[in-house]
Ligand binder design. Structure first.
Ligand code: NAP
Length: 286
């Protein structure tokens, strides 16, 4: 029987077991997806979990915070995405090697496409809030497609390393880092195509917070994408739609990255429309 799982902490609220159980059902495969919560004090157990993948006791693992980088020394190989992003969210054993992949970046890119924005069609300019773990994948997706990023963070000094790491990869796009106070000025000088929020602002229970300052006008004709998906309609999305813009939460990214991991483990590509229809029938919340 196929066995998948998720390594991380805390992960009790993860939706991955439901997403993968539905994927298994749609693929007609027998299997199970388990949560493997590992408290930071017990992180020495990561090596034993990865050994289980090598020995075939576990078919594949997902990895989430705080271990996306910590698992890397235990792996035999990295996909180009994982290597460039510097983080692993999917582990598999193929051709004698335990390999780390990153499906967050292609998952993000796929969901922007679902929202009508094909990054590979034409390079443009993006405003991104935050520079943490999820932001690395978002930055990579833009840079790899030749986009210019204006990244806004509350602590510029702390975020310089992420930018330096990605700049060092020789990717075609470009990136500038700003403090939050520079937003209005930057919007006046650049034509922004998409705004992405990678911070946890607006996530339940703090639903009244948003990265977008209420006194700043949105650029015209841009897509606003919030990685948060709980609540379904975040404050940032409400601000954007009130300004006449299209807005999306990050649920589609979560599903896309999960189904890309599923494909790596099983070689089965789940039809997205079938998945969404089946998901609606089982539950109505993201
Ligand atoms: P993370 O590594 O902790 O990074 C969070 C980032 O947000 C950091 O840059 C942090 O700045 C910034 N930030 C935090 N609180 C802030 C505040 N009050 N004001 C301004 N900036 C703030 O977290 P992560 O793993 O990147 O996750 C971020 C969010 O994305 C979470 O809500 C997570 O659920 C969501 N997410 C969604 C998906 C998806 O598939 N949709 C995937 C991954 C993550 P400092 O460095 O200064 O603390």
């Amino acid at each position: 029987m196929i066995k998948f799982g998720l390594l991380g902490w805390p992960i009790t609220h993860s939706r991955s077991p439901q997403i993968h159980s539905l994927a298994l059902k749609l693929a007609g495969l027998q299997g199970a997806y388990e949560l493997f919560p590992i408290e930071p004090e017990r992180k020495a157990e990561l090596a034993a979990m990865i050994k289980k993948v090598r020995e075939g006791q576990i078919t594949g693992l997902n990895v989430t915070i705080p271990y996306k980088q910590e698992v890397m020394p235990f792996l035999d190989a990295l996909s180009p995405n994982a290597k460039n992003i510097g983080a692993v969210n999917t582990i598999t054993f193929k051709n004698g090697k335990v390999t780390g992949h990153n499906t967050d970046a292609p998952g993000f890119e796929a969901d922007l496409a679902n929202n009508g924005l094909e990054l590979s069609y034409k390079p443009g300019e993006a405003v991104v809030f935050g520079a943490g773990g999820a932001a690395r994948a978002v930055f990579y997706a833009f840079l790899n497609n030749g986009w210019q990023i204006h990244a806004f963070v509350r602590n510029v000094e702390k975020s310089k390393q992420v930018v330096a790491d990605l700049r060092g990869k020789g990717l075609p796009g470009g990136m500038k880092l700003y403090g939050l106070a520079d937003l209005s000025h930057t919007l006046k000088r650049n034509k922004i195509d998409v705004i992405v929020d990678t911070t946890p602002l607006g996530m339940a229970p703090h639903i009244d917070s948003s990265s977008w300052p209420s006194n700043v006008k949105f650029p015209v004709n841009c897509l606003v994408y919030d990685l948060v998906y709980n609540p379904e309609n975040t404050l940032l999305m409400k601000q954007a739609t009130a300004a006449g813009l299209r807005a999306s939460n990050g649920w589609g990214m979560l599903v896309e990255q999960a189904l890309l991991s599923f494909e790596i483990w099983t070689n089965v590509k789940i039809n997205r429309a079938d998945f969404n229809a089946a998901w609606q029938q089982t539950t109505h919340t993201p």
